[in-house]
Design a binder for this molecule. Sequence first.
Ligand SMILES: O=C(O)CCC(=O)C(=O)O
Ligand SMILES: [Fe+2]
Length: 196
Amino acid sequence: MDLFGYDPAANLLPCDGEAYYHGPIFEGAYFGQLMRETEWRQDEAVIYGKRILTARKVAWCGDKRYRYRYSGTVKIAQPWSPGLSQLRDRVGAVLGAHFNSCLLNLYEDGSQGMAWHSDDETMLRRHGVIASVSFGAERRFLFKHKKSGEKVELMLEDGSLLVMKGTTQDHWLHSIPKMARVKGPRINLTFRQILE
Ligand SMILES: O=C(O)CCC(=O)C(=O)O
Ligand SMILES: [Fe+2]
């Protein structure tokens, strides 16, 4: 437990996976830097064979031009921006892990969210580490167990780090529910380990 009551050694999940919340450990000033330095694009998805643009904006970055297949579309990784590569190194140092890629999401306000899913794509290292860093508006983050339906809820604060690892993606879904009262934007970065 640190001085502020955060315990990054406490597993938030009661079974079948591991999730650790480190609290707000990064400076909020990264928000402006990431807004400016990122080539944000409207996210695409293919639903019932039709290509649609989602409200949320995204970017996909990595060490190489990795292809990420996801919701029926393919993204090709862009190079790291200065702020993002600094954060990649800082997160890597905290966790003792190397992250070769990052998916960035920009939520304009509480009307935008992310539906239930697991980060279990085949090109991600199986049972690897996913490090999720958030800036801007505080949002709820939910886990739901795939079999029992049990839920675990937390708030992701400005500058915070959440870690998912082990068998989490096999057994749990996660989502960012819409929150009508949230008027401000939020950036989320998920640092990932793509198989070469
Ligand atoms: O915005 C978040 O905190 C979640 C993002 C997420 O789950 C993802 O990018 O896979
Ligand atoms: Fe996810």
